[in-house]
Write a protein that binds this ligand. Sequence first.
Ligand code: SF4
Length: 365
Amino acid sequence: MNTSSDTNSPNPAHSISEQSVSESQPAESQPAESLDPQQTTAETAALAAHLQRAGIMWLPRPDQHSTDQLATRFPVGDTMPVSSAASDGSQLDQAQVNPDTAGSNPDSDRAASHKPAHPNGEVSTAGNTTSGSQPAIQRPTPNRPSATRPASRLQGVSAIQTSENDYSGAPQPTDQRSLQLKQLKQAVESCTLCPALASCRQNTVFGEGNPNPRFAFFGEGPGEEEDLSGQPFVGKAGALLTKMMQACTLQRDDVYILNTVKCRPPGNRNPEGDELSNCRSYYQQQFEILRPEYIVCLGAISAQELLGTKLSVGRLRGTLHQYFASKVLVTYHPAYLLRNPAAKKAAWADLQYLMRDAGIQRPTR
Ligand code: SF4
């Protein structure tokens, strides 16, 4: 995986992610004396952070006494190297007081399709009968790193950088961006690359918002209400997204909102791999035109698709990744937050992290 840490921004995600905690072996008939107290302390800290990410708000702080008790009752086998930073429980402290370092993992590790969308990096409006009228936008193809799992499911990940390059070409003035977006929207409206989606859609949902945005919010795909209205993020999930933006002192008109696929998957199922691949060119061209400073991925599918990884939201959140020149923050999809209100605290921590990095201050009341 082509990864690198973002040295220009605070990166609080390195608390758990950089400790070398490995998977434990089955604890069958091992003597209690074989337990490494440091290892137990570190693993307890990592487990505690993981449980907290899953929504458990209070956990006991591991200490030597409880570690010894556990060692007596639950002997384990092989010892393994443990970093000194993790051995004193400070990692747990950091995870407890700094929710930015925590990432819950309720989303499945759904595999994203990573077929290179367009060899040679050329913009395509495949399937578009009006492609001849499209602006010729040359764009380097982002790296599609092969995702590798961390050694432990409790670990976070370092920042993913999909490309070392900036977006190609020079930024366009706002009126030119609006024109390019309008032409691309027309191409999407006539697209039939995914027969299963094109045949049952009421409307394509291209995206909308400020053509010169600082922030772009990137979701999965249209639902029923979006399909009927042709607008992204309407209905209850849309209302919650609006609240999330407002909590960051942003209005919908300030940002741009788009999805990975422009047509509603029947029954609100997840987009298939070939559908994501078919539609990839469109969102890539949108980002090329928009050049947002920040892309906020809402949910696993958009994050996995954009970053070329199979990792879950829980592991991807808490750090800023990179898509060309845009910083990428991963957080939970508003629809998921509606189903799992306990995760709102983590989502709010993500937004606070975003505001800190962007230099946004909420007005004091
Ligand atoms: S989902 Fe995208 S690629 Fe598929 S038919 Fe709709 S616009 Fe075309």
